[in-house]
Each structure stands twice: as structure tokens, then as C-alpha cells.
Design a protein around this ligand. Sequence first.
Ligand SMILES: [Zn+2]
Length: 403
Amino acid sequence: MVEAAAAKLRKLLTELSKLRGRHTELVSVYIPAGYSIIDVINQIRNERGTAENIKSKSTRKNVVDALTKIEQHLKLYKSTPPHGLAVFCGNVAETEGVTDIKLWAIEPPEPLKVKMYWCDQQFELEPLQAMIAEKELYGLVVMDTQEATIGLLRGKSIQVLRRLESIVPGKTAKGGQSSVRFARVREGLVNDFYKEVAEQIRALMPAGVKGILLGGPGPSKEDFWRGDYLMTDIKNKVLGVQSVSYTDEAGLHELVERSKELLAEASVIREKTLLQRFFTELQKDSGLVTYGVQPVLSALEAGAVETLLVSEGLDWKAVELACGCGWSGKRYVRAAEVENQVCPNCGRIAGVIGQADIVDAFDDLAKKYGTSMEVVSTETREGGQLAALGGIAAILRYRYAKA
Ligand SMILES: [Zn+2]
């Protein structure tokens, strides 16, 4: 899934996850790819029959209304969309006694595998959330001086990539050995082992990992992390260092378990790092960054953009315009200005023949030029600063002089 599509879905899911029904009256329906939509419509109709028996009058009305609305919506489809369909509907009014039945229909970016009908105080979003998480890849390393296991977290599944064992002896010298000499030899072996672990991490980590989690039982992980073993780009990806009891596959599971909050924060941290880089370059006036729709667009089309930063909810559209005088063209404008674009030819208001969200339009361009795109939350301090700059910025591959 492309970043922009994932970001859009993530944003929508975040909004949906905040909604609460006053009672058990929010309906979630999942239709898997390839499943008959007619069968689901029939099921919804049956469920409505059942819902007529709900005791509370207001809950009954809300559930029945939601099911009616879902049925009507499903009838708009000739067949189930290629990846299936998720529909969420219910009364989301915050005030008791007020009815505001809203419906969301999501055609997922990947084939849905679950079939579900669920009525609850909140929407059931897990299958879609898992879909976004699926593409997020994290590196895992658990280690001490004896053993190290390197793995990957892909969505929720943990994969072992390699297990390494050291020849480092225990901490105390055996009878007859000089303890000073023993300590020196041991230290050398530990050093060799850490180097090997670092080398294997470098060799095994896919370029797409969003971050690396490091853990282990004793002080080794810290020594390794603080020491000069990891290359800078890999070190920068380390999201955190955790204490875990094991250094084998069980340790990887424990590491993930203990890093849940960290992982949730990881995307925020990644955004922050990119934004800090952007603002540092901006301050230095290095010529390696640019911002604003037009400058970013021209840099993008010159293939000069390494990372495109777009504020979440950026209210711009890519519009295709045509005028009665024969002029036509494409512009990027604020959503509010779409309808009053002046024709440069005759000065009349040009007709809108097509419009797309700027995030989608930029995503197409980004793909074409191998640019990575990050949709940035506006809730962090740096994210707020980006929004204040106009919500669109770029970190450049090289100094690019605007034409
Ligand atoms: Zn005109």
C-alpha cells in the first residue's frame, strides 16, 4: 500500500475510533473480497428483523435506522468491490436524544479476509487497522554477551532472521588464570561478538524497516547501543532499548510485547525526525529544502525531491480547468478557491472538469520520481510548524534552483 493511501486510511480509522454510541448501536459490516453482496444485504435485512426486538426504544430506532441505511448503501453496488467492503454506520450524535446517523464505506487497499456483522458501542476497526500495520516493518534484536537473535516484526508476525552464539566465556576466571589477563581476553571476545552482531544487523535489515527495537537481559544491550558498533544510519533507526529476559525467539516476542507504546509512538517519532531535519536545513539556508505548493511541485517534477512532507488534512486540490474560450489547464489551489479560478486567457471564471485531493496528486508524482512521501500529523509542535508554513514541504536530494 502506498504511504498516502495508508495515511488516508489511518486518519479515517483514527476518526472512527473516537466515535462512541450512547448504547450498543454502532454497526460494523465487513464483506470479504469475492463474497456475494446480495447475501450480505439479505443478512442485514434479517438483522433488522432481529433488531426490532431491542427493548430500548431509542437504541432500537438507531439500530434499525443504521441497518436500513446500510442496506440502501449496499444496493448501490452491482457487486462486491475487488478488495471487499467495510461499512460503518450508526448514531454518532454526542447529545442524548439527538439523532445523527452517519455511514462510512471503505474499500480496503488490500483484500479483506473477514466476514463480520457487529453491533457495539464503538466501531470494530481491527481488520482494517491490521491492514495498515501489515506494511510496517520493524527490526528486532535481542542480545547479551552469549547470544543474539535478529528478527523482523511484520504487522503482528515475528520472524527470526538469524541467531548468533558467542564464544565469550563466563565472567569469572577459572582457577590458575590471571584475572586481569582473563578480563582483557574476555573483553576482546565480547567486542568481537558485538562487531559481528552489528555486521549481521547491517546485512539483514531490509531498507524499508521503520525502526529497530533492541533488547536483552543485562547491560550488554546498552554497551552495544552506546558503543561504536552500529553504523550511524542503523543507530538512528533504533527506537528504544528494552530489558527482556531472553535472547532467543522468546526474547523477540517479549521485546515486541514490551515495546507496544514505543511502536505506537514510532511513526510520530519518524515524522518528528524528518521535520527536524527539514527545519534545520531551512534555518541553515542550505538550499536543500523547499516549501509551498509551487516550489515543491517544480522541484518534484525535476526529480529533486527526496522526501515530500505533507500536513494531514491539507486543504488543497489539484483541479483541471477548462474555459469556454478554449483554454484549459491544471492548477493546485485551496479547496475554497476551486470554483473561482480565473481563465488567464479571457478573464472569466473557468469551469472545473476534474479535481483530486492534493495528497493523491502528489502521491502519483512522488511515485513517478521515486520520492518518499510522509503525511504528517499536525498535532506535534513540528507538525504544527509545517502546517503554519503552508503544509507542504520537501527535503531535496540536491540543491535545486527554482526556474
Ligand atoms: Zn477563457
